[in-house]
Design a protein around this ligand. Structure first.
Ligand SMILES: Cc1cc2nc3c(=O)[nH]c(=O)nc-3n(C[C@H](O)[C@H](O)[C@H](O)COP(=O)(O)OP(=O)(O)OC[C@H]3O[C@@H](n4cnc5c(N)ncnc54)[C@H](O)[C@@H]3O)c2cc1C
Length: 327
């Protein structure tokens, strides 16, 4: 249940491993009610380790292989982390909390990202990270799942699972009806378009108050994101957040000032208390939820954990839990 990034990867991996899969989604239009459509969607296990638990990095690295294998369009150009000279200490702090990076100087920055060479003296380069454009990746994953034999049904409100089937519940925040510790974390973003600037990879701009990032998508579009606010509404971004988002693009390169604004919107990330995902076993139902800022990063690896559990009973002790009433 649920055709966001979690449900799509579950369906694909299970169908490819010989299971008969129905994918049930309540929204008539694919992805219209999924938080997944708001994602960056960076695949950044090393950078995210700055704040995430170690298991996120471990499973994220596993997911990179799966993206490479099942979605050849995934871009693996790494990520760049920059800060203005006055915030240089932020670079060293970020470097201390993460690995998989190397320091690059102005010359190398201009090789990697010619359009940023004027602004930054030093950066961190995480060469093994990737990213996708969610507006391309989500429909392609759905297509791949259908080709693997998944029957996808949209606009299904009340689904009664047939006896002797297993339901994998990937309803994101809607599973709050059962999972009482699940909360929503609002993320605001802007999508802008400009043909005069090119970036090959996501760039994170460190700042003591509002660290933000910009992800290059197809057709000269850039996703500028994202705020992290402990609220569950998806109202349009506030003026303050919009100023912060757009200022960070402008700070990366003032030429972004000429970009068209295509979209200003907010999504709500499903998260447990420790911002770490869980696979929760509950008789014939398995909940896969709490992917927080890491839905694209974690969904492939979580799908293989569920497949292994169903096939061989193997339980990853860090992620798979059994007492649903605790969650
Ligand atoms: C601004 C922003 C930026 C982000 N950037 C990144 C990033 O760079 N990298 C990254 O890895 N992650 C990122 N994320 C996080 C990522 O988007 C989430 O972790 C992910 O979307 C969670 O996916 P999901 O499939 O679990 O939930 P959802 O995408 O919300 O999907 C749940 C689906 O279940 C459906 N559903 C609900 N109830 C029912 C029902 N009763 N029956 C059937 N279907 C139902 C819903 O309609 C929905 O389609 C970002 C999120 C936001 C908001």
């Amino acid at each position: 249940m649920g055709a966001g990034i979690t449900g799509l990867w579950q369906s694909l991996i299970l169908a490819q491993n010989g299971y008969s899969v129905r994918l049930i989604e309540r929204s008539p239009k694919p992805f219209a009610q999924a938080s997944s459509i708001y994602a960056g969607a960076m695949l950044a296990p090393y950078c995210e380790a700055e704040t995430a638990l170690p298991v996120v990095k471990k499973l994220g690295i596993k997911s990179l292989e799966l993206w490479r294998k099942h979605f050849p369009e995934t871009v693996f150009n790494g990520s760049l982390v920059v800060a203005h000279d006055r915030d240089k200490g932020e670079i060293d702090r970020f470097a201390r909390f993460t690995d998989g990076h190397r320091y690059v100087d102005r010359k190398e920055i201009s090789n990697l990202e010619p359009d940023l060479s004027e602004q930054f003296q030093e950066a961190l380069f995480y060469e093994n990270e990737g990213h996708v454009d969610p507006e391309v990746a989500l429909p392609r994953l759905l297509e791949a799942a259908e080709q693997a034999g998944v029957s996808a049904e949209f606009g299904v409100e009340d689904f009664a699972p047939p006896a002797a089937s297993v339901t994998i519940d990937c309803r994101g925040l809607a599973a709050q009806d059962v999972l009482q510790t699940l909360r929503g974390v609002r993320g605001e973003r802007a999508i802008i378009r400009i043909s005069e600037i090119e970036l090959a990879r996501p760039v994170r701009l460190l700042h003591p108050r509002f660290p933000l990032y910009i992800v290059p998508w197809s057709e000269n579009r850039f996703m500028v994101g994202a705020t992290v606010i402990e609220r569950e509404d998806a109202h349009p971004p506030s003026v303050r957040s919009t100023l912060e988002l757009l200022s960070s693009a402008y700070a990366l390169n003032p030429a972004f000032g000429e970009a068209e604004i295509l979209d200003l919107s907010a999504g709500v990330r499903p998260a447990f208390e420790d911002n770490c995902p869980r696979i929760i076993l509950d008789n014939q139902r398995i909940y896969v939820n709490g992917l927080y800022r890491h839905g694209f990063l974690m969904a492939p690896a979580l799908a293989t954990l569920v497949e292994r559990y169903l096939t061989s009973g193997e339980k990853d002790s860090e992620i798979i839990v059994e007492d649903r009433s605790q969650w």
